[in-house]
Design a protein around this ligand. Structure first.
Ligand SMILES: Cc1cc2nc3c(=O)[nH]c(=O)nc-3n(C[C@H](O)[C@H](O)[C@H](O)COP(=O)(O)O)c2cc1C
Ligand code: SF4
Ligand code: SF4
Length: 444
């Protein structure tokens, strides 16, 4: 059976599935039950200085639902913990003593002065916690007070605070990054420069969930006013995956441990983050929506898949897909794929035809002998994949690579390898060809 144990920048856990800093990790009662369900670790709900913050006393969450009421995207305007520091620290100490084999990381957010960080670090260290996570991510409320994403958006501050923490604690320091930034590599590099042992990402994305058109108020609303909050849940997974991969393949941060967060609901989501460079994963929304026991599917699913594939440890998967992530300019423009419709599976709904006809390349016929019939015209199809995305029958439309001959659409032979850098349409290639010195006739 696959070994799911992890050692993440010196923090050991029986599996890579950790609960992210949020309501699921807000108190001993929750964390105790989470550990009993099987979570390998938790990042405690962010602690701050006393007196504790005050939350709104009304709707603090918003959601986008799929047509089956499944929660696809989630948002919140909650702040950090609103319980006294002393109570949290006491519970953290008790939990760590009762569950020594689980990872217990404490998330922190205090004002941007070395004295504030130094003071709280000493108190957290006393609990026996395994590490700290610096919350440079919350995009609402705390950022207005100069904390959270207000720090995470300035690489110089990220580096400075990481350095203070490294200088004032022996615990591993994880920097939690905000996605509300243009290029995630800059704060990640800053965290590394400040001596951080790892980064975790993503925190939530700035968002307004919608507008109540009767009240003309964004929601969730408090006494007639709404504000932007942090977006998360399965909808943000692609954004998080890209940011994790960006850091994993950046030569400046290569090898820096990453804890992947954002939209993880299943073992497969987790495995994707791990393949793109995450050493552990963290989950918030899925636990809030489905409860702590989802970790059991994650553990058995990942373990079974690893057994099937012959992977013995999580380390063997970490970053395995990273070498396959590249920039657009390195993609092979001579690689040709065409859509194929399985006539036995097709229910003749016509969605592929409409999509291709109205917005793609008019490459799917819809009639044959006066009856509905959908077939791909190879001489028109550009292989864009839109039809396969909209088809309601899984596996009915597949994308088939052409392996020999010429592309009936362009007449160009398939099977070659030319990227944009070599392509004759590239203005740089044209300019280089024109710059070639003329061949001079040898002198008589
Ligand atoms: C209600 C709520 C409260 C949160 N509070 C915190 C927090 O106190 N500290 C923190 O670092 N992140 C906080 N987060 C962000 C999560 O830890 C996580 O980074 C984010 O939700 C993305 O993961 P997910 O898609 O699994 O929810 C919170 C998220 C939610 C939904
Ligand atoms: S792959 Fe694109 S171009 Fe080809 S049939 Fe489908 S939608 Fe049309
Ligand atoms: S969308 Fe799929 S099921 Fe519908 S007509 Fe096209 S191939 Fe057939």
């Amino acid at each position: 059976m696959a070994d799911l144990r992890v050692n993440f920048c010196g923090i050991k856990a029986p599996n890579p599935f950790w609960l992210a800093s949020a309501p699921p990790t807000d108190k001993a009662y929750n964390v105790e039950r989470a550990f009993r369900a099987g979570w390998g670790g938790v990042v405690w709900k962010t602690l701050g200085e006393d007196p504790p913050v005050v939350n709104v006393n009304g709707p603090r969450y918003g959601a986008i639902h799929g047509s089956d009421r499944r929660v696809i995207g989630f948002n919140n305007i909650e702040l950090i913990t609103d319980r006294p520091l002393e109570v949290n620290l006491r519970e953290i100490k008790e939990i760590k003593r009762a569950w020594p084999d689980r990872a217990l990381v404490v998330s922190l957010m205090v004002p941007c002065t070395e004295a504030s960080w130094k003071a709280i670090l000493a108190r957290v260290e006393e609990t026996g916690a395994d590490g700290i996570e610096l919350n440079f991510g919350c995009p609402h409320g705390m950022s207005e007070r100069g904390m959270g994403s207000a720090v995470g958006q300035v690489p110089e501050y990220v580096e400075m605070v990481a350095r203070w923490c490294k200088a004032n604690t022996r615990m591993p320091v994880i920097v939690k990054l905000t996605p509300n930034i243009t290029d995630i590599r800059h704060p990640a590099r800053a965290a590394k420069a400040g001596g951080a042992d790892a980064v975790s990402l993503i925190n939530t994305i700035n968002s307004i969930m919608g507008v109540d058109l009767d009240a003309m108020t964004p929601f969730p609303a408090t006494d007639g006013y709404g504000t932007h909050g942090g977006y998360c849940g399965m909808a943000v997974k692609p954004i998080a995956l890209n940011m994790v991969a960006e850091i994993a393949r950046d030569p400046a941060t290569q090898g820096l441990p990453i804890s992947g967060i954002g939209g993880i609901e299943t073992w497969r989501d987790a495995a994707e983050f791990i393949a793109l460079g995450a050493g552990t994963v963290q989950v918030c929304t899925a636990a809030m929506v489905y409860g702590f026991k989802i970790v059991q599917e994650m553990i058995t699913g990942l373990s079974d898949w690893m057994d099937q594939k012959g992977y013995r440890s999580v380390d063997e998967i970490v970053g395995r897909a990273v070498p396959r992530v590249t920039d657009w300019q390195h993609l092979n423009l001579d690689y040709v794929v065409k859509a194929r419709i399985d006539q036995d599976l097709c229910i003749k709904c016509g969605r592929c035809h409409i999509a291709c006809e109205d917005t793609s390349h008019q490459a799917i016929s819809h009639m044959k002998d006066g009856r509905r019939h959908y077939e791909v015209k190879l001489e028109e199809c550009v292989g864009c994949n839109l039809c396969a995305m909209v088809c309601p029958v899984e596996g009915c439309i597949t994308m088939q690579p052409l392996t020999e001959g010429v592309d009936p659409r362009t007449g160009v032979p398939v099977g070659g390898f030319r990227t944009w850098k070599e392509h004759p349409n590239n203005p740089a290639v044209i300019a280089a060809a024109q710059a070639q010195p003329a061949v001079l006739e040898p002198a008589e």
